[in-house]
Design a protein around this ligand. Structure first.
Ligand code: BGC
Length: 736
């Protein structure tokens, strides 16, 4: 393909290129794309036409901005981090400087020596906040730090549904419900891009487990996929308009995600009309013809067998096996997102990081993400002179646990403690427990200055029990470390912590368990302890947030974004597919639960969980009344929430669809977060996204609402209905 210049007449346009002050400048022929009053599509079309074949190919692949032992140094012009796509200086096209991601700006292998960043709690904790405003604040915060460090792409937006509680990356995602996950991911992506940083959404699609993730073939029926994982993506893409979608490692229904014509060309770009570009996950490309199957860019290419989208793609283009129009579509999509997010016209100055303000965002997310699961009246803790409290285990003297993998952040202040766990492959780099510098022990001592608070490391159950016996109250920290590329073997607390908690609870019933986990765990000791708190991975202010929740300075308002089961037998796959198989052997992960993920399946099969989706206690109480349900094209549900207790608190009322035209089901169709003073009442009105009332009709390639009487419940969790109501909904179909 030869260089194809579009001859544009000279024109005068408002320019806002290098500064925010715009001036009228004459544009030369071929420079019409500089005109900021044109649409991103038009500007991308004009600029794309200026690219030579080599320049275009250059935009379609790139390496990690990391140097491997014996390999070349990090690419010139990059910022050390996850990825780099060189720009085209001749045309003023900036390079794409990519970093992970949703929990804060990462610094893999300390490639930027000593650089730290604000570490947010796990995305699962954000999901537990049930608060889209916090998703926005967190996203904006990370994007400001990305900009300050010289990045312009955030590999954020993890939205895979928690289909298996053992999935090693559930902590990076937003729980098991498509509406909750899609809404929060959309807010966070929007916030990132409002700061002129491109965000991805990932991993498209059904990257539901880490075991054998390069060889796992996720099998699901089309309608079920559309009503679950794809719906979460669709909602988030509509709300956040991410510049890029990252396809996943696994196969979906027989084809690798990044070479999946149906998913990429059919669903994403076809049915949904997605205008941005598809970038691969790192090491997820296996052939050049992925270009015709919908992949636009090969990322992290050192990890692939070949630079498929380099010379092989150029040869394919010259031979015509990848049509010229498609090649141009690939680069145009990238340029379009760069224009849409303002990479050409964006802020000229690197913002300074306001570390204190950013830490406050991390604190807020932890405050609202921590879930009080059970409380026999022992919480909030009261201090007082002479009170003896022992904090046991979990390295709580040093800091709070974080999850490992590409999302691992080195928090402001540096790692408080690092405990190597070893391993080969990715585990060589990620196999270490990192504790963020926010010690719950110190925070508790600060919050309860009159009490005597000691620490026991909890290595031996008998020793922990003796320490608990000698104290008035024992607070046990129990850790489940989760990591990318590594699923949990089962849902027990590892390294004998369950036995340790049993021993502590037997010695002192005034025991409180603080769980730091990447998802649900079993609690064989539940009825023996006084209270249980799910703190997840709570970020760089987590210790303070845990202390504030335990002592009542913060009234807990987190709600479970995942069901906590009584046993693994409550899930469709008792054994993790692929576990123990020889490497490189493909295997099927059959998602025959379909769209009944998490609580939906518990409802369908009438199973009782340990703690239901949406559950979370407070130090006050809430009551619901005055339900009104309006039907028609969709459901509009309105009701009142009143704080009936003695202290201020936040509630997360949830609306579920429980019947649709005679069919029993359960789907979250709306939620809100309300902050109420004692005695205060608020009216909440929620309008359901009509797709949540519909089923996907595969043959007709559309959503169908069957119509009839639709039933809803309003309540504090998926298992508790405080109010019930019905309305008539009209039969109709909706575009896919
Ligand atoms: C992960 C992605 C991440 C990428 C770049 C991959 O291993 O799956 O989520 O964005 O690495 O670090």
């Amino acid at each position: 393909m030869s260089k194809n210049r579009v001859m544009m007449p000279s024109l005068v346009a408002g320019l806002c290129l290098a500064s925010l002050s715009c001036s009228a400048v004459a544009l030369a022929a071929g420079e019409g794309w500089r005109n900021p009053s044109l649409s991103p599509d038009e500007r991308a079309r004009l600029l794309d036409a200026e690219l030579t074949l080599d320049e275009r190919i250059g935009l379609l692949h790139g390496p990690m901005a990391l140097s491997f032992p014996g390999g070349p140094p990090i690419p010139a012009g990059s910022v050390g981090g996850a990825g780099f796509i060189p720009g085209v200086p001749r045309l003023g096209i900036p390079a794409l400087k990519e970093t992970d991601a949703s929990l804060g700006i990462t610094n893999p292998g300390d490639v930027r020596p000593g650089d730290t960043a604000t570490a947010l709690p796990a995305s699962l904790a954000l999901a537990a906040s049930f608060n889209p405003e916090l998703a926005y604040e967190g996203g904006a915060m990370i994007a400001r730090e990305a900009a300050a460090k010289g990045f312009n792409v955030l590999l954020a937006g993890g939205v895979n549904l928690a289909r298996d509680p053992r999935n090693g990356r559930n902590f990076e995602y937003l729980g098991e419900d498509p509406w909750l996950a899609g809404t929060l991911a959309g807010e966070s992506i929007k916030a990132i891009q409002d700061q002129n940083i491109i965000s991805t959404i990932k991993h498209f699609s059904l990257n539901g487990q880490e075991t054998g993730r390069f060889y796992a073939n996720s099998i699901i029926k089309e309608a079920a996929h559309r009503e679950s994982d794809l719906l979460a993506f669709q909602i988030a893409i509509e709300k956040g308009q991410p510049g890029s979608v990252m396809c996943a490692y696994n196969l979906v229904n027989g084809d690798y995600s990044c070479g999946n014509d149906h998913l990429l060309n059919g669903v994403l770009k076809g049915d949904w009309g997605y205008k941005g570009w598809v970038m691969s996950d790192w090491g997820a490309v296996h052939a050049t013809d992925y270009a015709v199957k919908g992949l636009d860019q090969q990322s992290g290419e050192q990890l692939d067998q070949q630079m498929w989208f380099g010379e092989p793609l150029k040869q394919a283009a010259l031979a015509g096996t990848v049509p010229e129009a498609r090649l141009s579509d690939m680069s145009r999509r990238i340029l379009r997102s760069m224009f849409a997010v303002g990479l050409f016209d964006g802020k000229p100055v690197k913002p300074q990081i306001d570390a204190a303000a950013h830490a406050a965002v991390a604190k807020k997310v932890a405050d609202e993400g921590i879930v009080l699961l059970a409380n026999k009246g022992i919480l909030p803790l009261k201090g007082g002179a002479g009170k003896k409290i022992v904090v046991i285990g979990g390295q709580a003297d040093a800091g709070v646990l974080s999850g490992a993998g590409s999302s691992q952040v080195t928090a402001t202040g540096g790692n408080a403690r690092v405990v190597p766990v070893g391993g080969d492959g990715p585990m060589a780099m990620w196999g270490r427990l990192v504790f963020h510098p926010s010690s719950p022990l110190k925070a508790l001592r600060a919050a309860l200055p009159d009490a005597t608070i000691t620490f026991a490391d909890g290595r031996y159950p008998a020793e922990a029990a003796a320490a608990a016996k000698a104290a008035d109250i024992a607070i046990v920290f129990a850790n489940q470390w989760m990591a990318e590329a590594l699923d949990a073997y089962d849902l027990s607390l590892p390294q004998g912590q369950d036995e340790m908690i049993q021993a502590v609870a037997a010695a002192n019933p005034n025991s409180i368990v603080v769980l730091q986990t990447g998802g649900p765990v079993l609690m064989p000791w539940l009825d023996k302890v006084g209270a249980v708190v799910a703190a997840w991975y709570s970020g760089q202010k987590g210790g303070e947030s845990i202390a504030d929740v335990l002592t009542g300075r913060v009234n807990p308002s987190g709600r479970l974004p995942v069901t906590f089961p009584t046993s693994l037998d409550q899930y469709p796959r008792r054994d993790l597919p692929g576990w123990g198989l020889p490497k490189k052997q493909q295997f099927d992960v059959i998602y025959d639960e379909g769209a009944d993920v998490g609580y939906r399946r518990f409802a369908a099969l009438g199973m009782k969980p340990l703690f239901p989706f949406g559950h979370g206690l407070s130090y006050t109480s809430f009551a619901y009344d005055k339900l009104s349900v309006k039907g028609g094209e969709t459901l509009t549900v309105s009701f009142r929430v009143t704080n009936t207790g003695a202290v201020a608190g936040k509630d997360a009322p949830q609306v579920y669809l429980t019947g649709a035209g005679g069919v029993k089901l359960q789907r979250l169709i709306g939620f809100d977060k309300v902050d109420l003073k004692p005695g205060e009442t608020r009216t909440v009105t929620l309008k359901a996204d009509p797709r949540l009332l519909a089923s996907f009709d595969e043959a007709g390639r559309q959503w169908r609402i069957t119509g009839g009487t639709y039933e809803v419940t309003v309540g504090p969790s998926a298992s508790t209905a405080a109010l019930t109501g019905t309305a008539k909904v009209s039969k109709r179909s909706l575009k896919p």
